[in-house]
Ligand binder design. Structure first.
Ligand code: ADP
Ligand code: MG
Length: 331
């Protein structure tokens, strides 16, 4: 559906940043997440896809038609695609209803009204329809922007940090709705997110960007369990990255190809009887689990352990550590 072929882009006056040789394909009915450190080029890529920016090199086609930037296309945007930008791009003085209305044709006014009500209801903001956008909270504005994006029934939805201003309850609600929408209508979603849980739970595929390049692409499980670098590993929450040699000696395990080892905090177990001796430096309550920091003599890093039995081990306790699984990973 969307094919990005060897796209490169630099910003005039910004010598450091260069989006280089991006290749990516989005299929029908797919949810793809773009993740990467701030400044890695995620928003730039979405703007190129939507035709708000011109690429220096490469081509983008959508439903077999080429996408052109503003140098060719005076009005940015592509039929069948909708983009919810980070700043929402609402008309602040127009009512919520009137912010959404322009994306729908005036050929059938009854349908138009019905459709606007439908999307407002879906995002739980029907009661706001007569309010001016400027009088809404950030989360409410975000929902208006998403409602507007959905109203025209796009084939591809581009979302830049769609959940950043929503509380957990609302976010989970919207995530389920987006999933249902993809299943029901077969639209595709390409979204930028910095929340690793959102990316892991919602995506069919995750694309990782670093310094203007795509550095890894795969299923959430592949990216989480076999990150190709410590950069990728660190994007997905608290992780332990230990020197390979120190790890191999301390735990008597084999490390063959890498200079670092990745151990997820839930892949470590603690016991009071057997394992590698360690000392608890800190126990932090996290709701369903406790995050313990333990120190092992000879290991170059303290380990973060996610432990399900609240209160069993305390600061200063002696414990024994076992590693259930680990991955070899390069810097
Ligand atoms: P992300 O969305 O991943 O945080 P962006 O795509 O917004 O990253 O930005 C990538 C890089 O390009 C950053 O270094 C940013 O400062 C730079 N950049 C973004 N927009 C412009 C612009 N209009 N002019 C010059 N540099 C820009
Ligand atoms: Mg951005």
């Amino acid at each position: 559906m969307l094919i990005i072929n060897s796209i490169s882009k630099k910003y005039p006056g910004n010598e450091q940043f260069f989006l280089s040789n991006i290749n990516l394909q989005i299929n029908k009915g797919e949810i793809v997440s773009l993740v990467g450190a701030s400044g890695s080029g995620k928003s730039t890529l979405l703007k190129l896809i939507y035709g708000i920016l011109d690429a220096d090199e490469g081509t983008i086609t959508f439903n077999e038609k080429p996408i052109y930037g503003p140098s060719v296309n005076l009005l940015p945007g592509t039929k069948g695609m909708h983009f919810v930008q980070q700043d929402y791009n609402l008309n602040p003085y127009a009512k919520v209803y009137d912010n959404i209305a322009p994306v729908l044709p005036n050929t059938d006014l009854d349908y138009k009204k019905k459709r606007i009500h439908e999307v407002l209801e879906l995002l739980n903001i029907l009661d706001l329809k007569d309010k001016q956008a400027i009088n809404l909270s950030g989360g409410q504005q975000q929902r208006v922007a998403i409602a507007r994006a959905l109203a025209s029934g796009p084939d591809l939805l581009l979302l830049d940090e769609p959940f950043s201003n929503l509380d957990v309850i609302l976010k989970n609600h919207l995530k389920r709705d987006l999933e249902a929408l993809v299943e029901k209508t077969g639209i595709s979603i390409l979204m930028v997110t910095h929340d690793s849980t959102d990316a892991l739970s919602l995506s069919h595929r995750i694309v990782v960007m670093q310094n203007g390049s795509i550095v890894q692409e795969g299923s959430p499980k592949q990216i989480y369990n076999q990150p190709q670098s410590t950069y990728v590993a660190r994007l997905f929450g608290a992780v332990n990255i230990v020197d390979a040699s120190s790890f191999a000696t301390t735990f008597n395990r084999e490390v063959n190809t890498s200079d670092k080892v990745l151990i997820h905090p839930h892949e470590i177990t603690l016991s009071s009887v057997s394992g590698t001796p360690a000392k608890v430096l800190k126990a932090e309550y996290n709701g369903g689990f406790e995050l313990l920091i333990v120190e092992i003599e000879g290991l170059n890093r303290k380990l973060q352990v996610s432990y399900p039995h609240i209160g069993r081990f305390k600061k200063e306790d002696q414990v024994f550590v076992s590693i259930m699984s680990y991955a070899e990973v390069n810097e």
